[in-house]
Design a protein around this ligand. Structure first.
Ligand SMILES: CC(C)(COP(=O)(O)OP(=O)(O)OC[C@H]1O[C@@H](n2cnc3c(N)ncnc32)[C@H](O)[C@@H]1OP(=O)(O)O)[C@@H](O)C(=O)NCCC(=O)NCCS
Length: 213
């Protein structure tokens, strides 16, 4: 038996499981790995703790990390490396991938995602429902796009950037991309016209740094 585990039976994990199941090799089982207080099965799939997942007799084990928080995803990848658990990418059948698109391992591409030509995408990228990445974009590691993100051409999203639902990223220019800084957060619905600095949260139209009173 080979075990494939979308990590977490949260909303994201349950959204990913149907397309993991579609591509499951014969004799493999897809399970949720979750430390929460869960029933034995969710949507027909067994729920295992990490300890149970590792204890199951299996020829090999691989996971797809569905946790939205990229720093948690990073610590889970380190745990997986230490335990010699591999990663797999999960993409829905209705995903459009155009010419010369390269993406790293552990990607999750939800239904109706489009990755257009000549884009480079790093490790553990999440692109949720209906998001698109236009031509000539460069997406770093552990980047996540919530549903409906419109990422136009010549955009760079540095490692750990998070873009909220329905945000629109203005196109950059060749040699002068719009750059979402390392770990920056773009709020849902934002229209990003200028580079968000590393670690900063921006919201609104046009997007400005979020200041809390
Ligand atoms: C931007 C964001 C990260 C801020 O979260 P937060 O730090 O917890 O901020 P708060 O909820 O405390 O809100 C702080 C203020 O910003 C406002 N605000 C929050 N998100 C906003 C947004 N996207 N656009 C405009 N204003 C926003 C709040 O109304 C609040 O205003 P107030 O101080 O006048 O009451 C978050 O609201 C967001 O947009 N996350 C993305 C959600 C998403 O897309 N999820 C997809 C799940 S699949």
């Amino acid at each position: 038996m080979i075990l494939f585990g979308p990590d977490g039976a949260s909303g994201c994990g349950r959204g990913v499981m149907p397309f993991v199941r579609q591509r499951l090799p014969k004799f493999a089982e897809a399970v949720f790995i979750d430390e929460g207080d869960l029933p034995p099965r969710v949507n027909g799939h067994r729920c295992l703790t990490w300890a149970d997942f590792l204890a199951e007799p299996a020829e090999s084990r691989a996971v797809c990390l569905t946790v939205a928080d990229s720093s948690v995803r990073l610590s889970l990848t380190e745990r997986c490396h230490a335990m010699e658990v591999g990663f797999f990418s999960a993409w829905a059948s209705r995903v459009l991938i155009m010419d010369d698109v390269q993406f790293g391992g552990g990607a999750i591409l939800s239904p109706f995602v489009s990755l257009t030509s000549n884009t480079r995408i790093g490790l553990h990228f999440h692109a949720n429902l209906y998001s698109y990445v236009e031509h000539d974009c460069v997406i770093g590691d552990f980047v996540a796009f919530a549903p409906g993100v419109k990422c136009n051409g010549y955009v760079v999203a540095q490692d750990f950037a998070y873009v909220g639902a329905g945000a629109v990223l203005r196109q950059g220019d060749p040699g002068a991309p719009l750059t979402i800084g390392h770990g920056a957060v773009v709020g849902m619905g934002a229209a990003v016209t200028k580079d968000p600095s590393p670690g900063v949260t921006v919201v609104g139209n046009p997007a400005r740094p979020l200041t809390k009173t």
